[in-house]
Ligand binder design. Structure first.
Ligand SMILES: [Zn+2]
Length: 275
């Protein structure tokens, strides 16, 4: 079985051929979780899940949507302006939809703040942390796993989870940390999501080597970060096999082994009884 544990068919980059891609998923038996980044894309992920047997949804506020700014990435959202969002009542309704299997992606990413003054940066960092904590609480409340977007700030994220007495589980998506950081993530009860970056650099080989096989997920993060050998194209969930192939090579397994065990891990983390 092939399972892309983190992609974004809900984003505008797929507006033109979304229907075809979804049909294709069912045809070739590739399963995906479409991850929300703001209210609109969370709603879209739910809508896709309702129309596709091979899709599930996650709802959440990406750190780049916790402050109001000009859109740093026009591929993601049409228009120029991102509105600041916070978790609240309207989100609690989204969580109740069938096939919503996680809260996120949420977390910390200061790379979006580069162009702000230092006073603004301080304020927006606090804002990110606040909205992150809101979503940790929601995950506890609704007994859903977290999909975390943490750029570099692994220790800080783990500290916040501890301060919130988070008892649940989740995944550190797009993991690029050291073996030591991976170990702490595992000890906290979380999974590690590997993306296309592992296919064009050997920097993460050591980390891949050390993560227990029952804690690894694979993901494309499509439309972003296309794996080798497809660099330059728009990413899509079918390319997740390239990420499996790279892990297989580092761990001395077959690609099929890795596809099978990561699909099993994904179903376990998100409590999926189908397929
Ligand atoms: Zn993502």
């Amino acid at each position: 079985m092939i399972f892309d544990s983190h992609c974004h068919l809900n984003l505008a980059a797929f507006d033109k051929d979304r229907e075809d891609l979804i049909k294709q998923l069912e045809k070739v038996d590739v399963f995906v979780i479409n991850v929300g980044t703001c209210y609109a894309t969370s709603l879209k992920a739910i809508e896709i899940a309702q129309n596709c047997s091979h899709c599930w949804a996650s709802v959440g506020i990406h750190p780049s949507h916790t402050f109001s700014a000009f859109n740093p990435d026009k591929k993601e959202i049409p228009g120029d302006k991102i509105e600041a969002e916070q978790w609240g009542e309207q989100w609690e309704q989204l969580v109740q939809y069938p096939k919503v299997v996680a809260i996120g992606e949420c977390g910390l990413d200061y790379s979006y703040l580069k162009n702000f003054s230092s006073a603004e940066q301080d304020f927006y960092k606090q804002q990110q942390e606040k909205v992150f904590r809101q979503q940790i609480k929601a995950a506890q409340q609704f007994h859903l796993p977290l999909i975390l977007h943490i750029r570099g700030l692994y220790q800080k994220a783990l500290d916040i989870l501890r301060e919130e007495h988070y008892k649940g589980t989740g995944v550190f998506h797009f993991f690029t940390g050291t073996p030591e950081e991976a170990k702490q993530v595992i000890q906290t009860g979380f999974y590690i999501g590997f993306s296309g970056v592992i296919t064009y650099s050997s920097q993460l080989d050591k980390t891949i080597q050390e993560v227990p096989l029952n804690r690894i997920l694979i993901e494309t993060d499509a439309p972003y970060v296309v794996p080798v050998p497809y660099r330059g194209q728009r990413n899509n969930p079918f390319y997740v096999t390239e990420i499996a192939a790279k892990i297989a090579q580092v761990r001395n397994k077959t690609t099929e082994d890795i596809l099978e065990l990561t699909a099993r891990n994904t179903r376990q983390l998100f409590s999926l009884d189908y397929p």
